[in-house]
Ligand binder design. Sequence first.
Ligand code: G6D
Length: 354
Amino acid sequence: MNLPSLEKDRFGVTADGVAVDRYTLRNAGGMMMRLITYGAAVTELWVPDRHGQMADVVLGFDELKPYEDPASNPYFGATVGRVAFRITHGRFTLDGRAYQLTLNTPPHHLHGGVRGLSRCVWQAEPGPATQGPSVRFSLLSPDGDQGYPGELKVAVLYTLTHENELRIDYTATTDRPTPVNLAHHSYFNLAGAGSGDVLGHVLQIETGSYTPLDEKKIPTGQIASVGGTPYDFRQPTPIGARMKSHAEVADGYDLSYPLDRADSTLRRAATLSEPNSGRIMEVWTTQPAIVLYTGNYLDGSIRGKGGKVYGKHAGVCLETAHLPDSVNQPNFPSIILRPGQTYRHTCIYRFSAH
Ligand code: G6D
């Protein structure tokens, strides 16, 4: 048995001279997690297999520099927002006023824009230790940041729980009505980061719905049944099982799944397992949706921790949140936060082995 612990050290200094700190959290179950203040990001997550053998199951880098370069860092482990996923043309209307956001992926806005929350240095302090070692990250996003209205105060509490969970609790408040949709963007590989692709990982997503996309990956606004489609993960299914037989998923998966739920009770949304190691990751959330992205744009050009090459499908993202482009989709649950309200979102990645 290990004693739970929390340590802090300097991870680096950004190109514009801002210090970035790193926190190392250990729990009694032997798991270890590392977090950095740049992007309030997870850089390492060490999880036991069925024999107790540890592996780091998230993609990332050993040093700060590649995290700062959008060309080399596809949001590894980051807190993405103010609004995760795409907003069509970076435009929306709120209370009769039109807004234009920065376009980091023209013609659209993605993951908070040119300098989204994932590209900021957050404040950090140790959090409560009752459920396990924790770190509380906080950031003030000023009115007009990336074109968003309102001053947004955001906090993200990461806890490595005694039950071998990576628990993430988000809160946010605003002084003016504004859209908010935060997500966690770790790329998981339960066989170990850099060990190959995740197409043999077995995935179950507990919903019968998905949101069809247009050719620019913008939701059409429909909510369709997964029945009879290669998007159906209601039964445990290897991620790559249908990628050769169905052209629409030949390149992998990159879409969102509304979770059939009437309220924000914490419930399981997905389960990912890796047969050789026996590692299992359950995903629990209070949010109405989960996004599945299988690292389709990784191409072997990125060298991550330990000099390992990250090829296509080297990791899988399971991002709990509201649906993409909700600010423009009247039939999706609203993501508008108003003064006096508190945005709340819990996401738990629960690890075990069999
Ligand atoms: C691509 O469409 C995908 C997103 O889902 C992902 O978050 C990003 O790459 C890293 O834009």
